[in-house]
Each structure stands twice: as structure tokens, then as C-alpha cells.
Design a protein around this ligand. Structure first.
Ligand SMILES: *[C@@H]1O[C@H](CO)[C@@H](O)[C@H](O)[C@H]1NC(C)=O
Ligand SMILES: *[C@@H]1O[C@H](CO)[C@@H](O)[C@H](O)[C@H]1NC(C)=O
Ligand SMILES: *[C@@H]1O[C@H](CO)[C@@H](O)[C@H](O)[C@H]1NC(C)=O
Length: 289
């Protein structure tokens, strides 16, 4: 059934454009993918996308998506052919994936061998590795193109490992989690962590000894930042209430492009991790006593 549908849609694409587009030629002619096209050529993957006889699906980052990458990452991609190939292959899967197949928690194995994880939320928004799909389901002769607004990054490390290896920002949070014996809990299970940076802890430094002296309350403070399940920002809506491990809920508010958790603002959203995701916030959240 699906193959039949795809065949029909491919024929329509053929009729509409009067020429046969393959995955690569579509990207090349579109105009929004000049960086991706250049990198695909450099890596040798262009040929696969042009001539593959079996269908492929690509999650294609736009030029704007590549422009968001730090220069250091772009430099690495241009000097390390293996890293470039792995990164590009992470965006491609064998077979046809169309949006109805992208459900909450669905995994797709990419050509790099690593899995891509999808999430779909009550508001019907869906993401792949936490990244928004701007427009999906463009069907061409040998595959499907989904346009995405960020470059996909693998989620190889757990929440705990991420904090432990980003100590320039999270030394205080990580130390607190280790102190309370929570770092193992954040290795397993699936969670969303709202992670206050060290400068957020610095703001409450005067109150910290009092908070930390009450061990039960301090545990509660930490657990108040952890929500079961994977809540990328696409799924966060204004007024939403999320249950935390502290037993009480956090309220989300969305004002313009700003996302707030209670009074704290999300300053870096959607870090994909092997057991969930993390959003960096600018304040430590205090649960009711
Ligand atoms: C290219 O991107 C712009 C801005 O997002 C969009 O308006 C336009 O439709 C895109 N072009 C194609 C051919 O998809
Ligand atoms: C990757 O996804 C496939 C399903 O597409 C699943 O069978 C496999 O267990 C996943 N691998 C890992 C390492 O999660
Ligand atoms: C906490 O959140 C859950 C899920 O959104 C909701 O069902 C529940 O009513 C909330 N509890 C409170 C006290 O707001």
C-alpha cells in the first residue's frame, strides 16, 4: 500500500515538474541547500543520493541550519572527511519515511549506523533528534526529503555524562547531583532535565548553605528540575503543567520566542541525549516547601 502510494506520488512529481528529480538533484535545484549540496559532493555521498536504486529518506538541513553551527564544528567538518561522512550519513536512512510514520519514540537507523529518534506531541508537532521538520514529505523518484531547521547531532551520551563532561557550565549542578547520589538515576530511564548553569547557582549562593543544610529539601530542589519523558521545545506549550520527580508540577509559559519554566528562561534548548534531553535555564527552580 505504502509503496503504491509513493509510486503514485512520484509519478505526480514527474508530471508536475516535467523532469525526473532524484534526491540529490532536488536538493541541488531547490536553492535552500547550497551548503548541504557542497558537503554531499565533498563526501562522495552525492552519488548515492542521485543514483540509489532503492529509496532513501533524507532529513535535509537548510543553509540557515548550517549557519547556526559554531565555526569550530564547520571547521572540523571541512578538515575531517570521516566526521563529515558520519555527520551527513546520520541524516539519511534507507527506505521511505513519510510523516505519518514519525510517531513518538520511533527510531530509524541512519546510514551512519546510529539511530535517529523521533518525538510527536499532543500539539501534533514532531521532531527528529529534537529538531523541527519545517516541511516534510517531498517525494522524488528515489526517495523522500524532509527539510529541517538545524543540523542533526547524535545523542551518544546520557544526561549524567553530558553534565559531567560540560563542567565549564554545569560544575555546580553535577556536584549537587553526585552529592545526593542522583547521577546514576539520570543514566537510566527517560527524562527531560531543566539544567541551571553555574551562573544561576552563583545568584543563589547566599541562600545555598540554608537550602543545602535541609537535605530533604535540597533533594526536592534537584528533583524539581527533572521531568519524566522527553519534552523537546516543540512539545512545550503555553500554560502546560509538567509533573516532576519532586512530586509537584512545573508550569511552562511561552512568550513570543521565549520559553520559561516558572520564572526561569530557557537559554539553550533541545540538547538531545541518549536517555532524554536537556534545556539550559538561567535560574535555579525552588519547589514549594
Ligand atoms: C526556501 O526557503 C524559503 C525560506 O524558508 C522558503 O520561503 C522557500 O519556499 C524555499 N524554497 C523552496 C523551493 O522550497
Ligand atoms: C535502532 O532502531 C531499531 C529500529 O529501527 C531498533 O531495532 C534498534 O534496537 C535500535 N538500536 C539501538 C542501539 O537503540
Ligand atoms: C500535573 O500535571 C499533570 C500532567 O499535565 C496534570 O494531569 C495534573 O493535573 C497536574 N497537577 C497539578 C496539581 O497541577
Amino acid at each position: 500500500m505504502l509503496f503504491f502510494l509513493v509510486t503514485i506520488l512520484s509519478l505526480q512529481a514527474f508530471v508536475a515538474h516535467g523532469q525526473v528529480e532524484n534526491v540529490f538533484s532536488y536538493l541541488q535545484h531547490n536553492g535552500n541547500f547550497t551548503t548541504l549540496v557542497k558537503l554531499l559532493k565533498e563526501s562522495g555521498l552525492a552519488g548515492t543520493l542521485a543514483t540509489s536504486a532503492t529509496p532513501l529518506t533524507i532529513f535535509a538541513p537548510t543553509d540557515a541550519a548550517f549557519a547556526k553551527l559554531p565555526q569550530s564544528v564547520l571547521d572540523q567538518l571541512s578538515t575531517d572527511p570521516q566526521a563529515l561522512a558520519d555527520t551527513l550519513k546520520f541524516h539519511v536512512t534507507n527506505g521511505i519515511i513519510i510523516s505519518p510514520m514519525i510517531q513518538d519514540g520511533t527510531e530509524f537507523t541512519s546510514l551512519s549506523g546510529k539511530n535517529l529518534t523521533a518525538h510527536r506531541y499532543a500539539n501534533q508537532k514532531y521532531v527528529i533528534q529534537g529538531v523541527n521538520i519545517e516541511s516534510g514529505d517531498k517525494i522524488v523518484l528515489n526517495g523522500v526529503i524532509h527539510t529541517i531547521d538545524s543540523v542533526l547531532m547524535p545523542s551518544d551520551v546520557s544526561i549524567s555524562e553530558y553534565l559531567g563532561t560540560h563542567e565549564t557550565n554545569f560544575a555546580d549542578l553535577y556536584a549537587a547531583l553526585v552529592l545526593e547520589g542522583f547521577e546514576n538515576a539520570l543514566e537510566f530511564g527517560t527524562y527531560t532535565l531543566f539544567a541551571p548553569r553555574d551562573d544561576a547557582f552563583a545568584q543563589i549562593l547566599a541562600n545555598l548553605p540554608t537550602i543545602a543544610a535541609d537535605d530533604t529539601y535540597f533533594k526536592k530542589v534537584l528533583m524539581y528540575h527533572v521531568v519524566p519523558g522527553v519534552w523537546f521545545s516543540a512539545g512545550l506549550t503555553d500554560g502546560m503543567s509538567l509533573p516532576t520527580l519532586a512530586g509537584t508540577n512545573l508550569t511552562i509559559s511561552v512568550q513570543g520566542s521565549g520559553v520559561y519554566v516558572k520564572t526561569a528562561q530557557v537559554i539553550e534548548a533541545d540538547v538531545p541525549l541518549s536517555n532524554g534531553c536537556l534545556h539550559v535555564i538561567d535560574d535555579v527552580l525552588a519547589p514549594p516547601k
